[in-house]
Write a protein that binds this ligand. Structure first.
Ligand code: NAD
Length: 422
């Protein structure tokens, strides 16, 4: 697993896998490790573990490598992140200390609140991409690896939209040579991975691989793609609650979400340009789930506000508050308050693991390009042009499990269930 950015999410993923591998902990939150999938009719009693249905790589076979702008090895970075307790971290310390970040492709223009010494130098962005490819090939050879997966777990970059340099691969490669400012660091890593035919996922909301140039390149090289922005914390809860309210046709007049967060991610998001990238990603969710165009009386005037406040004393232990102003029968108002004391990276780590293992499976099954069945894991699921993204967690889960059934040649489950009564 190639991880760009060895911060809180990456180190919690790596230390977690090592601890689970040694039997110190359980892989709670991971579908690939604990999930089951029903096969056949409800009367058949067949609900095997997902890992017994599709051939996923075993945790014992995973090797980790990555880039960061700081020189700290994974043990030191995990200590800085402060997510995993020191006692557990000590048990996997030697393995973590062996993982040292390679120099990063980094430009402060795209992440204003960050600066570090472990950074590559190059003639232009094309040259930097070639250096990333060289790192990847060396890692593969040194560890005698068969396959690779890359996940961007780096900081959230400033807001960007699609431009001419992103239109096709020829324009993109010219832009790399010309040091075009519309190519941020994250796109350079994504280009390197996809050109090598490596599956690529984006854990952050940056545009990155969600551009025609890289989607086309992925089709040519056979890279599966997934993203963007891991669905953890407040947005996870939102996509659990909102489908329920809509299912019962309860109106929503307002949804106010606020968070306090004290880790480095929170510090980066304190910059308005990085926050805008995150805000766009968080806000689209409700519109798609509630479908105000179909239900104007219920959702047309919904006031949706999202705030993130950087508050160092909390570290990675984010606290989120949601106030939902509901409207019921005859227009009577009601309120729902949610106070979620979560741990950001504890929610994110099983997702990084699952996405990596499922993308590797997709690669072996010759499923290239955008993997919409992995929308389950993301706040802003990537999707084909002309389609709207599916945000409802339960539809996403059904899609994921049906994809696994499809890969296995099993009957898809529609939940019609007439046969039990005929
Ligand atoms: N934790 C969650 O629940 C969650 C959920 C959704 C998305 N995310 C996103 O995942 C990303 C990582 O989150 P985190 O909490 O681990 O943040 P973090 O700040 O702890 O880690 C990010 C790391 O990336 C490094 N980095 C930044 N730019 C880089 C570059 N160009 N090349 C290499 N390394 C680079 C930083 O130095 C840092 O060590 C963020 O973008 C965050 O918004 C996190």
């Amino acid at each position: 697993m190639l991880l760009v950015g060895l911060g809180a999410v990456s180190t919690t993923t790596i230390a977690g896998v090592l601890a689970i591998r040694k039997g110190f902990s359980k892989p709670i939150g991971s579908l690939t490790q604990m999930g089951t999938v029903r096969l056949g009719k409800r009367t058949e009693g067949r609900s095997p573990k997902i890992s017994d249905v599709v051939p996923l790589s075993s945790l014992d076979d995973l090797v980790f490598g990555g880039w960061d702008i700081f020189e700290d090895d994974c043990y030191a970075a995990a200590k800085t992140a402060g997510v995993i307790e020191p006692a557990l971290l000590e048990k996997v310390r030697p393995e973590l200390e062996r993982i040292r970040p390679w120099p990063a492709v980094f430009d402060q223009r795209y992440v204003k609140r960050l600066d570090g010494p472990n950074v590559k130098k190059g003639r232009n962005k094309k040259d930097l991409a070639e250096q990333v490819v060289a790192d990847i090939r060396k890692f593969k050879a040194d560890n005698a690896l068969d396959r690779l997966v890359m996940v961007w777990c780096g900081s959230t970059e400033i807001f960007a939209t699609q431009g001419p340099a992103h239109a096709d691969i020829a324009a993109f490669e010219r832009a790399l040579e010309a040091n075009d400012p519309s190519i941020p660091s994250s796109m350079i890593y994504a280009y390197a991975a996809i050109r090598e035919g490596i599956p690529y996922a984006n854990a952050a909301p940056n545009l990155t691989a969600d551009i025609p140039a890289l989607v086309d390149l992925a089709a040519k090289t056979g890279s599966p793609l997934a993203g963007k922005d891991l669905k953890t914390g407040q947005t996870l809860i939102k996509t659990i609650i909102a489908p329920g309210l809509k299912a019962r046709l309860l109106g929503v007049a307002g949804w106010y979400s606020t968070n306090i967060l004290g880790n480095r991610d929170g510090e980066v998001l304190d910059d308005p340009e990085s926050f805008k990238t995150k805000e766009e990603s968080k806000k689209s969710v409700l519109d798609y789930i509630l479908q105000p165009q179909l239900y104007p009386d219920l959702y047309q005037d919904l006031c949706h506000v999202v705030r993130i406040n950087y508050y160092p004393p909390r570290g990675d232990n984010k606290e989120g508050w949601d106030n939902i102003d509901l409207v019921g029968w005859l227009g009577y108002p009601m309120q729902l308050k949610i106070n979620f004391l979560c741990r950001d990276s504890i929610l994110a780590a099983p997702i990084v693991l699952d996405v990596a293992l499922f993308l590797d499976l997709a690669k072996r099954a010759s499923m290239h390009g955008i993997q919409e069945w992995l929308s389950f894991y993301f706040k802003s699921p990537v999707h084909a042009p002309g389609l709207y993204p599916e945000h409802d967690l339960f539809i996403q889960l059904m899609k994921l499990k049906n994809t696994l059934r499809y890969l296995k040649g099993e009957e898809l489950i529609t939940h019609l269930g007439r046969e039990y009564y005929d």
